[in-house]
Design a protein around this ligand. Structure first.
Ligand code: G
Ligand code: G
Ligand code: MN
Ligand code: NA
Length: 259
């Protein structure tokens, strides 16, 4: 297909770009950072989201150089926000594909990128999916642990959709559970509290607390959902209520308006 033909050269042609979606503290409503989300400005098909090309990039191995470009671009952007908003310690969340976690150069690449961006490791959070991390080999886990030793945070993305192997959780180098939006959508969906969703989220927050992890809720679309999540003890929220994924220069204005 035309996607297969164009993907290998899309990186050198500069056809990828990032959008950023704000991460908001539920305790005080301030912007604490953003998740970087990759898009492809395709010459024929227009703007494509990751679902359209990340699987292909994984099959062809392009995900490793593409992922490195995402990290470089997102870390440089985070540093630019910090310069624009001194005293606001914005952090940047970057998705890490399973193949990137297995890449022997990962630790070296991430530390080099942080140094070149002049970004402190504490400002970077790598999002890894639950299934990728539970299925990861010792080398990938070791690499992630080395990064956490340097201060980089790791979030378990899409939590609650996979096997959720709780017995392994305490052995994984994870700082944050990122609760999948399918679980949030059931919460106060029609303005009414959903008892089952409440119970599941209560249990997940208490599990996170017991393991010393923070909790981020994805897909927060309504003020009712945010209120319930705050009451349940969730730390951070992301979703259309606060902002859709968008251009980097929208974030400082949003941070100012929500602070
Ligand atoms: O923005 P959108 O909802 O289309 O993103 C869908 C999914 O694509 C996200 O949940 C995320 O897991 C994945 N994704 C977005 N950006 C990246 C990226 O830079 N690298 C990888 N590996 N996955 C990404
Ligand atoms: O990394 P992850 O797969 O979680 O990426 C988040 C995806 O969820 C992005 O594709 C983004 O466009 C989408 N998204 C973000 N916020 C919301 C929301 O509030 N509601 C819905 N339905 N989708 C969202
Ligand atoms: Mn993510
Ligand atoms: Na997710």
């Amino acid at each position: 297909s035309t996607l297969c033909t164009h993907l290998p050269t899309a990186l050198e042609r500069g056809e990828f770009f990032l959008e950023y979606q704000p991460l908001v503290s539920l305790a005080n409503g301030s912007v604490v950072g953003a998740e970087a989300l990759v898009r492809w400005r395709h010459p024929q098909h227009g703007t494509l989201g990751p679902d359209a090309f990340v699987p292909l990039a994984e099959q062809t191995g392009l995900i490793v150089p593409l992922g490195r470009w995402v990290l470089e671009t997102a870390c440089a952007q985070a540093r630019a926000w910090q310069r624009e908003l001194p005293g606001v310690p914005l952090r940047i969340n970057v998705n890490l594909a399973p193949q990137q976690a297995r890449c022997p150069e990962l630790v070296h690449d991430v530390l080099r990128i942080l140094k070149e961006a002049e970004l402190e490791p504490q400002a970077l959070c790598l999002e890894v999916t639950e299934n990728a991390l539970i299925g990861a080999d010792d080398q990938a886990l070791h690499a992630l642990r080395r990064l956490t030793d340097h201060g980089v945070a790791i979030a378990l993305d899409d939590f609650g959709t996979g096997y959720s192997n709780f017995s392994h959780l305490h052995r994984l180098p994870v700082d944050t559970l990122k609760i999948d939006r399918s679980l949030i959508g059931d919460l106060a969906a029609a303005g009414e509290p959903d008892p089952t969703a409440e119970k599941i989220l209560t249990a997940l927050v208490s599990l996170a607390r017991a393991l010393g992890l923070t909790v981020t809720a994805e897909g927060v679309e309504t003020a009712d959902q945010a209120d319930r999540l705050r009451a349940l003890g969730c730390d951070t929220a992301q979703g259309w209520l606060y902002g859709r994924p968008g251009a980097a220069d929208a974030l400082p204005a949003l941070a100012a308006s929500l602070s």
